[in-house]
Structure formats: structure tokens, C-alpha cells
Design a protein around this ligand. Structure first.
Ligand code: 13P
Length: 248
């Protein structure tokens, strides 16, 4: 039985001076049976770590650099994240791929480093509307998985999380239907089976992300291959607690 995982991706939205307020609002998230993670901006991480200290809520970052240290002005390493007690890191979000040129090669390096530094990656994959309309989205997602996971062992990937985030559903209010999301989460599992083995595929956790809210979460999470969600807009408000409840 896979443990469900619901993660909030706060993106570039919360001022450090407002972090405590949001954490307090979401403090009652039920973590008895599922993993709950808040992926905050870098400058909010310290506050988020200390204000969730006595809870089971985990804190994650939204990106990191694959080098450990050095002359990389403006970057943050996985070593640094590990040093302040970060457990998760989103890697390869479509916004990073689109606006910051995170290529599959770079995402692969980031994944390797995250495993090295004991940070659980949440790897995002997903197609844009053109690929969906062209009907080539499965090939595209499989290529992303093959490139992003290159040379990574099955022992390592067992602990990771993969998030299926169709770009056309992100921030649009147009979530994939539960059948569309299930189709691809199940397809991702079959790719993992092909790349690794049946056990690894059975155990890896696969989330859906894209316009998830308190009203559609239950239906999405009831699907056999959807093990929770990666939540953007709704992770910044009380609705997030309903999404967590939907995963219980
Ligand atoms: P929304 O939930 O705002 O659509 O964002 C999804 C997302 O990009 C999470 O990483």
C-alpha cells in the first residue's frame, strides 16, 4: 500500500513575513496517514522549518543547483538544503523548464545530486496543450522520464515522487478529469516498470498536479494510480486542508 502524499507548491507567492501566518492556517493538516509537504520559496524555508518543528509536516524547496558549492552566483545547493533540514525538493517543474531553461540533462543532474544529499525529489513531467491535441503526449512523457532518470538506480528511485502535471491544467482552473489523470499516472507507472521492474513501479508514488482544489481532489485521489497531489494556487489557502482530507 502506497502512502499518499499531498504537497503544496507555494511558487513565488509568500513573503517571509507572511510565512508563519500561512503555516498557522495550515497547521491542522492531518498527517496521521499521509505525507504533507510545503514547498516554500527559499527565503521562507527557515521560518517554515522552525514553525513546523513539532509536527509531521515536511518542508521542501522548489529547485536547487546540481553543484555542491562554488562560483554560481544566485544559486542554492542541495547541500545547503540538507544542512537546514529540508526533506523534499521539486525538480523539473514545467515553469523551470519553460522560463529557466531546465533541460532534461540538467534535471537528471539535479536528481542525482538530490539522492546523493538525502533529499527526496518530486520530479515533474507533463505535456503542453499542443502535444495533448496532437495525441503525442505519452511519447513526450516517456522521453522525459527516460532522460530525467538516466543512470539512476532502482534503489534510489524507490523513494522518489513523480508528479504528472499537464501544463494546460496548471493555474488554468481546468484540471484534467480524473480519467485523464489516471490514464497518465498509470502510464508513468508502466514506464517505470519497463525502465526498472514491477516492484519499483508498484511502490513509487505518483501525484497529479494542475488546478486541484477542495472540490475535485477526492475524485482524483480515488483513482488507483494517483497517490496524492502537487498543489499550486489552492496550497495558499484553507482549501488545502480539504485537499489533504480528500487524500485520507
Ligand atoms: P495549480 O494548482 O495552481 O494549477 O498549480 C499546479 C502546480 O504547478 C503545482 O506544482
Amino acid at each position: 500500500m502506497r502512502k499518499k502524499i499531498v504537497a503544496g507548491n507555494w511558487k513565488m507567492n509568500i513573503l517571509p513575513s507572511k510565512t508563519n501566518e500561512l503555516i498557522n492556517l495550515l497547521m491542522s493538516a492531518n498527517t496521521d496517514k499521509i505525507d504533507v509537504v510545503y514547498c516554500t520559496p527559499f527565503v521562507d524555508l527557515h521560518t517554515a522549518i522552525s514553525s513546523t518543528k513539532n509536527t509531521n509536516i515536511k518542508i521542501g524547496a522548489q529547485n536547487a543547483h546540481f553543484e555542491d558549492k562554488g562560483a554560481y552566483t544566485g544559486e542554492i545547493s542541495f547541500d545547503m538544503l540538507n544542512d537546514i533540514g529540508i526533506s523534499y525538493c521539486i525538480i523539473g517543474h514545467s515553469e523551470r523548464r519553460t522560463y529557466f531553461n531546465d533541460t532534461d540533462e540538467c534535471i537528471n543532474k539535479k536528481l542525482i545530486k538530490a539522492f546523493d544529499k538525502n533529499i527526496t525529489p518530486i520530479l515533474c513531467v507533463g505535456e503542453n496543450l499542443d502535444l495533448r491535441n496532437a495525441g503525442t503526449y505519452k511519447d513526450f512523457i516517456k522521453n522525459q522520464l527516460v532522460s530525467d532518470l538516466k543512470t539512476i538506480s532502482k534503489e534510489k528511485i524507490a523513494s522518489m515522487v513523480i508528479a504528472y502535471e499537464p501544463i494546460w491544467a496548471i493555474g488554468t482552473g481546468l484540471a484534467a478529469t480524473s480519467d485523464q489523470a489516471e490514464e497518465i499516472c498509470s502510464f508513468i507507472r508502466s514506464c517505470i516498470k519497463e525502465l526498472y521492474d514491477a516492484d519499483t513501479a508498484e511502490n513509487i508514488r505518483i501525484q497529479y498536479g494542475g488546478s486541484v482544489n477542495g472540490s475535485n481532489a477526492k475524485e482524483l485521489f480515488s483513482k488507483p494510480n494517483i497517490d496524492g497531489g502537487l498543489i499550486g494556487g489552492a496550497s495558499l489557502k484553507e482549501d488545502f486542508l480539504k485537499i489533504v482530507e480528500a487524500a485520507l
